[in-house]
Write a protein that binds this ligand. Structure first.
Ligand code: C5P
Length: 243
């Protein structure tokens, strides 16, 4: 399709990452058991990790799932490097840090991960931070300018990409080209409930904007037919990529 900025993720695997936002590790494992590893990856965030721990992550990895460990490490370089090594030892597919930790922290995270280890992604500006919130913590730049600044630091430190809203994907794809990985939440199938997301995009539009991986939570996890939702999302993505 004309104007499409989509790129192929480097491994050609599934582009959908299901956010396992469950307070109960048992429920997370049960859903994971129903989701084909060939059609999605899984994201484990702070709540589930704090409840389920490394053994939950290991169980998902042992079940053949690619796991995005979404713990957004942000600390002194030595500590973040150790946390990244621990994530790598768990066998996760992707791990992330806060770009706001600065160039030395980003470099330490990069160096800590072995070649062929997890993809290393940075969070730039949380979408919960608007201009006023940024000013309150001493950032006078607009959220967009700050995203670009932190994404540039991320790229310069040799990380694999950033988490960004689908609305930022197009700008970042233009700025950084096809090799930089864009992971975008806030994705909803056409006509689906938005939940608490203010601005959403359909999977097709997010891929057209340049996203590599789409994080989708509740449309899959709250569905009576999660496998069916996954297949619908996937066929929308495939039809955009085939255009
Ligand atoms: O259920 P839903 O699809 O809204 O879940 C989106 C997931 O992506 C959640 O795990 C949420 O924490 C995460 N996320 C987000 N917006 C961001 C960053 C992460 O929705 N800016």
């Amino acid at each position: 399709m004309a104007g499409t900025q989509a790129t192929q993720p480097r491994d050609g695997g599934p582009r959908i990452i299901v956010a396992l936002d469950f307070p109960d590790p048992g429920a997370a494992l049960e859903l994971a058991g129903r989701l084909p590893t060939t059609h999605c990856r899984l994201k484990v965030g702070k709540e589930l990790f704090t409840r389920g721990g490394p053994q939950l992550v290991r169980a998902l990895v042992d079940g053949g799932h690619d796991v995005f460990l979404d713990l957004k490490f942000h600390d002194i370089p030595n500590t973040v490097a150790g946390a990244c090594r621990a994530a790598s030892d768990l066998g996760v597919w992707m791990v992330n840090v806060h770009a706001g930790g600065g160039p030395a922290m980003l470099a330490a995270a990069r160096e800590a991960l072995p070649p062929g280890g997890p993809l290393l992604i940075a969070v730039t500006v949380l979408t919960s931070l608007d201009e006023r919130q940024l000013q309150a913590v001493g950032v006078d730049a607009s959220p967009e300018a700050q995203v670009l600044r932190l994404a540039t630091l991320t790229r310069d430190a040799g990380l694999d990409g950033v988490v960004c809203s689908a609305r930022e994907a197009s700008l970042l794809r233009q700025a950084f080209g096809p090799g930089f990985c864009l992971v975008t939440p806030g994705v909803r199938p056409a006509g689906a409930q938005r939940d608490d997301q203010q601005r959403v995009m359909t999977p097709g539009d997010a891929i057209r904007a340049g996203a590599d991986y789409l994080v989708v939570g509740r449309p899959v996890t709250k569905s009576d037919n999660p496998e069916g939702v996954l297949l619908t999302l996937e066929s929308e993505i495939s039809s955009v990529l085939a255009d």
